[in-house]
Design a protein around this ligand. Structure first.
Ligand SMILES: NC(=O)C1=CN([C@@H]2O[C@H](COP(=O)(O)OP(=O)(O)OC[C@H]3O[C@@H](n4cnc5c(N)ncnc54)[C@H](OP(=O)(O)O)[C@@H]3O)[C@@H](O)[C@H]2O)C=CC1
Ligand SMILES: CC(C)(CO)C(=O)C(=O)O
Length: 307
């Protein structure tokens, strides 16, 4: 299949390597010139458990050179989704399936401003990755991936095509019509783990060690689960707490994505993570002081970089 990955950083790099290894025609579309130059001259290298694989996808900032593809995966940060979707228009014709497995709430709504709703497949992934250098990615954790149609009226055909594509590239995944529940479940994980890691510089495994920080992770989880349940999602607190502890332990020395952003002094996704929980809570009239504190602290940190 002809595949494009828009955003060839940590997650996009992992996806591009897996799909290229499965003999698909993969193009990485990105704006970072040093990344594109490295992929063109040295290939894209992904390291996992002490082993590394190098693949040679096309790498470009000119999607018109690639043309329409069968599937395009968006792996940019949420605040870049709109500009990336605008740039990626030449990749999409009426056959193309557009996929977002980004973190946070609202990415697919943005994509739907650019592409027909029935072509969009949305979901979440519990894989994790770290950019070690441009074009060199550490695949720090493996986990489940959930996919489903963005539009309730769309049916699961496109979801199954993407699911088979990923399964063929050894990316285990579950197609589901109830993908919004899975997106909220991941949002709860991210709200609990991303600002706590970003504000302390603790890596995933360190954050998962028993103690006051893990207690705080659990308390943010409890708050966000209350909001999700008030919205009508069937999400169990105990399941979330156990899964979050397992994901943190499994990601070991990996740096949660918001910590990577803070270390690089890049704008974070706090707005679409804890910010989304706060927004939903305000609409419901529920108090979420911990999520609010996370938003304020991360915004404060971002503001300090402008001094
Ligand atoms: N890292 C992780 O472990 C996980 C991340 N995610 C989610 O996946 C998404 C991607 O995250 P991650 O891989 O960490 O991000 P990265 O920052 O590692 O990679 C994003 C890439 O997109 C590029 N980019 C920025 N703007 C555009 C644009 N307009 N068009 C094309 N490319 C662009 C960036 O370039 P530049 O650097 O120059 O901005 C960068 O190379 C996020 O939503 C994240 O939350 C989900 C699960 C785990
Ligand atoms: C690794 C994980 C699952 C949680 O921190 C993640 O989603 C991220 O880093 O963005």
């Amino acid at each position: 299949m002809k595949i494009a990955i828009v955003g060839g950083g940590a997650m996009g790099g992992i996806w591009a390597a897996r799909l290229a290894q499965s003999q698909h025609d993969v193009s990485v579309v990105d704006v970072a010139q040093n990344l594109l130059e490295t992929i063109r001259t040295q290939g894209l290298t992904v390291e996992y458990a002490g082993e590394s694989v190098t693949v040679w996808p096309k790498a470009t900032d000119a999607p018109q050179e690639v043309g329409a593809v069968d599937v395009v995966f968006f792996f940019v940060k949420a605040h870049h989704t709109a500009s990336a979707a605008q740039m990626a228009r030449p990749l999409v014709n009426q056959e193309t399936t557009v996929v977002s497995l980004q973190n946070g709430w609202g990415n697919a709504d943005v994509l739907a401003q650019f592409y027909p709703e029935h072509q969009i497949v949305v979901g979440v992934t519990y894989h994790s990755g770290t950019v070690l250098a441009p074009g060199r990615v550490g695949h720090t954790g493996k986990g489940a991936t959930y996919l489903g149609p963005y539009s309730a009226s769309a049916g699961l055909e496109r979801t199954h095509v993407v699911s088979a594509l990923l399964a063929g590239a050894s990316i285990e995944n579950t197609p589901t019509a109830d993908v919004k529940t899975e997106i909220w479940k991941k949002l709860i994980l991210n709200a609990a783990t991303l600002p706590t890691a970003a504000l302390t510089t603790l890596r995933a495994g360190e954050l998962g060690q028993a103690g006051e920080m893990l207690d705080l992770v659990d308390a943010v989880t409890t708050e966000s689960v209350t909001v999700a349940r008030a919205l009508g999602y069937r999400i169990e607190l105990q399941e979330r707490v156990e899964r979050i502890h397992a994901v943190l332990a499994g990601a070991g020395t990996g740096k949660p994505s918001m910590l990577q952003d803070v270390e690089g002094r890049r704008k974070t996704e706090i707005e679409v993570v804890n910010g989304a929980v706060v927004k939903a809570a305000q609409e419901l009239g529920v108090d979420v002081p911990l999520n609010q504190a996370c938003v304020a602290l991360v915004h404060g940190l971002e503001r300090s970089w402008q001094r």
